[in-house]
Design a protein around this ligand. Structure first.
Ligand SMILES: Nc1ncnc2c1ncn2[C@@H]1O[C@H](COP(=O)(O)OP(=O)(O)OP(=O)(O)O)[C@@H](O)[C@H]1O
Ligand SMILES: [Mg+2]
Length: 584
């Protein structure tokens, strides 16, 4: 009988789902050619099949060797010296009707033949892009087999895209989002947090792009009043004393109530606290805090304030008092004199800092409808399926906070929306977070982002909100977010610590696959998890149009050597710095 040309060897050892295969001694090399195509079966991550009666078991190659080289390890004991062998991991089976399931019901027996996988069977295993699946690329080993991810699982069970710098993360995310919209998910709810302004070019047509540095229609606003009082204070003045925090919270609660009483769209203002997200006038809060901090009085109790100039809250002009006299002479220090330290000055300086203006808008508290709906609609991109929130140009602590606030409020909204209206269960939200390690790492001072992401990772599935974390440093991501990620798209990773982190996220039996991580090509990824039928090495499609991720050009180093013109940069810098101390 003519030997089967696709047969490559025989089963020699079965240990649970790990099977050792002795390669056929007649097989030339480990990459036989079949129907004009090289079959890369000797490569880690490629698939082999084991026919078992009506079903076909699929397995992935995890180890390749020649017995002399492996010393005391198990295969050397059972394979003849000089034999070449593969260690494979059973993954799932295709039944007689051609449908694929994970897990195996029939284990191979000794001497069963093992074949390389022809594209036909791989096409059965990998679902094609359809209503439920979004195509991201094709198998590295068999480019004719498309790989599509289960959209539902990708979105609601969270995902991570990791890879060293330049490995193609941003491009991979752009491809996924473009495919989503092009494949008909035109009413998607994707919010991309873009700290470097890279996505506008790739997603421009399908996205609403808002930037912190733009004004008007393209502007991005994260109003301070959406936050609890404590977070506002942290954002504006850093850590402060408990006295200041208490007083600040009191003033905020007062101002929120004042606003609520005077506004037409709020029915009931009785439940308002320092943390209720209704607008209020921050100028008044600052003015009052600053006033108390500086007030001098004629008598410790029942005296008059010694005001020289009442100042102007809206114009951020502080009240001026007569200096206090030494000893027990009048004027004397007011009861709260100096108790708030430099907090009022810091608040004022942040309020005047143009880089924080996104945080102070909208502050038009006279509108006749809820300004929060406008802001949230901006974040969600209105009628566009994707919303890009560009945070480039924001001081990093402010960006951390703003991003945290956006995520936290999207989560709160999803929790509070019902199953028939709003976002969340009704229309799931996917938050894509670039440079996630920067906001979620251990070292971050502002904890809002880290906490929000951890919360979304833990509970988001129930409320219809998912995250896709994109990071160069998986080892710096919080444990929960990685362990909760249903889908891992791991591009090339060169750092050993990062590889170990990804390996720890893989099931034990597949940990060997992580060894390919440092050698992946640009745009090539190991995709594992719930949204793919099999862990696979995938060549991700190039997005079109591409994101702006170009490196700075060295052309300037070869031009004429002129003195550097730094005046513009300095002017911009000073515009902020000198606001600090200068009297208005
Ligand atoms: N699928 C692909 N095929 C070929 N080249 C690709 C692919 N994806 C990305 N590239 C190229 O790789 C380079 C880096 O891509 P990208 O900016 O997406 O990497 P990154 O991982 O996001 O990097 P960083 O961590 O610095 O943000 C780009 O020049 C891009 O054109
Ligand atoms: Mg990138």
């Amino acid at each position: 009988m003519e030997p089967d040309p696709t047969c490559i060897g025989r089963v020699r050892h079965v240990l649970g789902s790990t099977v050792t295969v002795r390669l056929d001694p007649d097989l030339a090399g480990v990459a036989p050619i079949w129907r004009g195509q090289v079959q890369p079966l000797g490569q880690v991550g490629s698939l082999v099949v084991l026919p078992q009666g009506p079903v076909t078991v699929l397995a992935s190659v995890v180890l390749v060797g020649i017995s002399e080289l492996v010393g005391e390890q198990a295969p050397s004991a059972i394979v003849q010296t000089g034999d070449r062998w593969l260690q494979i991991q059973l993954l799932g089976e295709v039944d007689a009707l051609g449908s694929f399931q994970r897990g195996v019901s029939t284990y191979p027996a000794l001497d069963d033949p093992v074949h390389f996988s022809a594209p036909g069977i791989l096409q059965q295993v990998h679902p094609t892009a359809a209503e439920t699946h979004v195509k991201i690329g094709s198998l590295s080993a068999n480019p004719e087999v498309a790989v599509a991810l289960d959209a539902q699982r990708l979105v609601t069970r969270h995902s991570v895209v990791v890879g060293s710098t330049g490995s193609g993360k941003t491009s991979a995310v752009a491809t996924i989002l473009q495919q989503f919209v092009r494949a008909g998910w035109t009413a998607a709810n994707v919010v991309v947090i873009d700290p470097h302004g890279e996505y506008a070019t790739a997603l421009g047509e399908m996205a609403s792009v808002r930037s912190v540095t733009s004004a008007g229609e393209q502007g991005l606003r994260v109003p301070y009043w959406a936050l609890p009082a404590e977070d506002i204070l942290t954002a504006l003045a850093g850590g402060t004393s408990a006295t200041t925090l208490n007083r600040f919270s009191e003033l905020v609660a007062e101002q929120r109530r004042t606003y609520a009483e005077g506004c037409s769209w709020l029915q009931d203002s009785s439940a308002i606290t320092a943390d209720t997200p209704v607008p209020f006038d921050l100028h008044q809060v600052w003015y009052q805090l600053d006033y108390e901090n500086n007030a001098t009085v004629t008598a410790k109790t029942g005296g008059q304030d010694c005001v020289e100039d009442t100042g102007d809250p809206r114009g951020l002009r502080p009240a001026v008092f007569k200096p206090y006299a030494p000893g027990s002479a009048t004027p004397m220090q007011g009861p709260m004199y100096g108790r708030h330290g430099s907090a009022p000055t810091q608040i004022r300086s942040r309020m005047r800092d143009p880089r924080y203006s996104f945080f102070l808008q909208p502050d038009d508290t006279t509108v006749d409808h809820d300004p929060f709906t406008d802001v949230l609609d901006e974040w969600l991109g209105g009628s566009q399926p994707v919303s890009v929130l560009d945070f480039s140009g924001v001081p990093s602590d402010a960006a951390d906070l703003a991003i945290g606030v956006v995520l936290q409020l999207l989560f709160e909204l999803s929790v509070r929306s019902s199953a028939s209206v709003g976002v969340g269960r009704h229309r799931p939200v996917l938050a894509v977070m670039e440079e996630a390690h920067r906001f979620l790492g251990e070292g971050t001072t502002v904890r809002v982002a880290r906490e929000s992401v951890n919360r979304i990772a833990r509970e988001g599935r129930k409320y219809g909100i998912g995250v896709m974390l994109v990071s160069q440093r998986p080892s710096e991501l919080p444990d929960t977010s990685l362990s909760q990620a249903g889908t891992i798209i791991a591009l090339r990773l060169t750092n050993a610590g990062d590889q170990a982190r990804v390996r720890s996220g893989l099931p034990d039996t597949l940990a060997g696959l992580a060894d390919v991580l440092p050698s992946l090509r640009t745009g090539e990824a190991l995709v594992t998890g719930e949204s793919v039928s099999l862990p696979s090495r995938v060549l991700i499609d190039m997005p079109f149009p591409v994101p702006t991720a170009t490196d700075p050009d060295l052309g300037g180093w070869r031009g004429e050597a002129l003195p550097n013109d730094l005046t513009t940069a300095l002017a911009q810098w000073r515009a902020i710095e000198t606001n600090d101390g200068e009297a208005p």
